[in-house]
Design a protein. Structure first.
Length: 191
């Protein structure tokens, strides 16, 4: 049975979940596909066409450099009484378990309010996330405290900031329902 465009998009939206690195398989994501997924991100809406999203894609040895960097930042910026060796190890492991990790960055030049640039960048990530999910690639947006300190490593300029990391990999996780407060609690109709 052929789905209508609305049924297709509804299905893609409802099936998208956060999928975490322990569920990733070793299957490699083709670079051409990854580029197509990034093109989906690049189609996001944006006020005054500022297109503020910037991505740094880590793969292969790049993942090892990122794992080392995130672990080093965790060690440097975590107060000793909060430091957990297990957390340090899992920080490294989840990067190395991924086929790709994309640093999600936003740039801000004052053309529109910064919140709009954040919103547009999040729209881009959602496009990427939905498109990835529709091809069987799992992913999730991670926003550790260390992103405040990662600008130099990512070679960001003063008007750019890292908003998190998108971990990606093919996976073997069964579908699960979204956990959401029902809509009536969030919508008021005036008619
Ligand atoms: C901006 C943003 C930041 C997030 N940061 C984290 C994070 O640091 N750690 C985490 O486990 N999940 C993070 N998530 C994923 C959410 O936990 C997840 O989207 C939420 O639980 C809903 O689950 P679902 O994506 O499967 O629908 C983030 C999501 C967004 C949109």
């Amino acid at each position: 049975m052929t789905l209508t465009p609305f049924e297709t998009i509804k299905k893609a939206i409802s099936r998208r979940r956060s999928v975490f690195p322990p569920s990733y398989t070793n299957q490699v994501i083709a670079k051409e596909l990854l580029t197509e997924l990034l093109a989906c991100a690049n189609a996001a809406p944006t006020h005054k066409l500022t297109q503020p999203w910037r991505f740094v894609v880590f793969r292969g040895q790049g993942l090892e450099r990122l794992a080392d960097q995130l672990a080093a930042l965790y060690k440097t910026h975590t107060p000793p009484e909060q430091f957990l060796q297990k957390k340090l190890e899992s920080t490294r492991a989840k990067v190395l378990r991924s086929d790709a990790v994309i640093a999600i960055c936003g740039s801000y030049n004052g053309t529109v309010p910064q919140r709009e640039e954040l919103a547009a960048t999040a729209c881009a990530v959602q496009n990427l996330w939905l498109a990835a999910s529709a091809t069987g690639i799992g992913g999730y947006w991670s926003s550790p405290g260390t992103i405040k300190h990662i600008g130099d490593f990512l070679e960001l300029t003063d008007d750019q900031a890292c908003l998190g990391f998108f971990y990606m990999g093919y996976h073997d996780e069964p579908p699960r329902e979204a956990n959401r407060v029902p809509l009536p609690a969030k919508v008021r109709w005036e008619e």
